[in-house]
Design a protein around this ligand. Structure first.
Ligand SMILES: NC(=O)c1ccc[n+]([C@@H]2O[C@H](COP(=O)([O-])OP(=O)(O)OC[C@H]3O[C@@H](n4cnc5c(N)ncnc54)[C@H](O)[C@@H]3O)[C@@H](O)[C@H]2O)c1
Length: 326
């Protein structure tokens, strides 16, 4: 039985990961300040006697010291997340995403070189460039101006990656970096700009489904159960130490227009589909990517991973989750 610490474990991916770890027989401790996470996400397993929950911030060094000393492996998922949240809370977002990771990596090293699985993001790759849709781990990054606060998320996560790789090189810390592409599933909230839960909520309530921009942009949506499986395979594999891995599902590629139509039909909704200019949807001049697709060949070759869940099954499962929340 491994003693695991999951930061951000009351969030969307963190709660699914915690549940999977408990199923594996591990002990799970979660620290989460509930800024975007919810107690409801952990209610199914909160009474498990191998689970404990601390409502607190990862910036609380005294608590983190105690929790990291006492664990074997840290899954570091706590972060300010979501384009809307980052734009509306720029100071806290930068602090959590840089200082929080500094605390986790520094203490993991200090208290016995504990294994750290670090959640990063496809935002790392930044903007579109002509003719390039598929991104692999060693690709260059292309970012916008510092006056556009959405890029602060990409930069903060890049600093996290640099720091993790530096701890690997200088201190031999066993770290693995997981660059998640759009990940969806039950429990994800649409409040902070995530498109799938937002469309489903709008469709189920009969409100217009609102597409930002012309809707011709494409995304690949991976199911959270596949993402969690990939993380667990990586975490058991020493060949993954000191390396970066894309995690996503290139087969689930769809335009945002097609996604809206799919969700409307699967929910039997009569909602209208409306297009809103980015400038109206967000507070400031906004830049979005037209296309972003993961190259997961490194993940496949190191772990044998293959995504299992197609887009229709993924959406049906999320819709079912929404209905049972009513
Ligand atoms: N869902 C995706 O599509 C996606 C894509 C790329 C990267 N990621 C990364 O995966 C991780 C999990 O994201 P998610 O989608 O589950 O989002 P989420 O918002 O549901 O999870 C983040 C969790 O961290 C918690 N948190 C934030 N600041 C904290 C702090 N200072 N102290 C303690 N807890 C704090 C939040 O309350 C929340 O529960 C994040 O690191 C995110 O950057 C997710």
């Amino acid at each position: 039985m491994a003693k695991t610490l999951v930061t951000g474990g009351a969030g969307f991916i963190g709660s699914h990961l915690s549940e999977a770890l408990l199923k594996n027989g591990d002990k799970v401790t979660v620290v989460d300040d509930l800024s975007t996470g919810r107690l409801n996400n952990i209610s199914r397993f909160r009474s498990n006697n191998r689970f404990s929950f601390y409502e607190d911030t990862i910036l609380n060094k005294r608590l983190m010291k105690r929790l990291i000393k006492d664990c074997d492996i840290i899954y570091h998922l706590a972060a300010a997340v979501g384009v809307k949240y980052i734009i509306e809370h720029p100071i806290d977002s930068i602090k959590t995403n840089i200082k929080g990771t500094d605390v986790v990596l520094g203490m993991a090293c200090e208290f016995g070189n504990k294994k750290v699985i670090l959640a990063s993001t496809s935002e790392i790759y930044g903007k579109d460039r002509p003719g390039k849709h598929v991104f692999s781990e060693e690709d260059d990054r292309l970012l916008g101006s510092t006056t556009r606060s959405r890029w602060s998320y990409s930069c903060a996560k890049a600093i996290d990656e640099f720091l993790a790789l530096a701890y690997r090189r200088e201190k031999r810390l066993p770290v693995i970096i997981c660059r998640f592409f759009n990940t969806c599933g039950p429990r994800q909230t649409g409040r902070y700009g995530m498109v799938v839960p937002r469309f489903i909520r709008q469709a189920l309530s009969g409100e217009p489904i609102t597409i930002y921009g012309d809707g011709k942009q494409t995304r690949c949506f991976g199911d959270v159960s596949d993402a969690v499986r990939a993380v667990l395979l990586l975490s058991k594999n020493p060949k993954a130490y000191g390396r970066v891995f894309n995690i996503g599902n290139p087969e689930n590629k769809v335009t945002i227009n097609a996604l809206a139509k799919k969700i409307r039909s699967m929910t039997h909704s009569a909602s209208a589909i409306k297009h809103i200019p980015y400038a109206k949807a967000y507070r400031e001049g906004f830049e979005d990517m037209r296309h972003r697709e993961p190259d997961i060949s490194r993940l496949k070759s190191v772990t044998g991973f293959k995504p299992n869940i197609g887009i229709d099954d993924m959406l049906l499962n999320i819709i079912k989750g929404f209905k049972s929340d009513d």
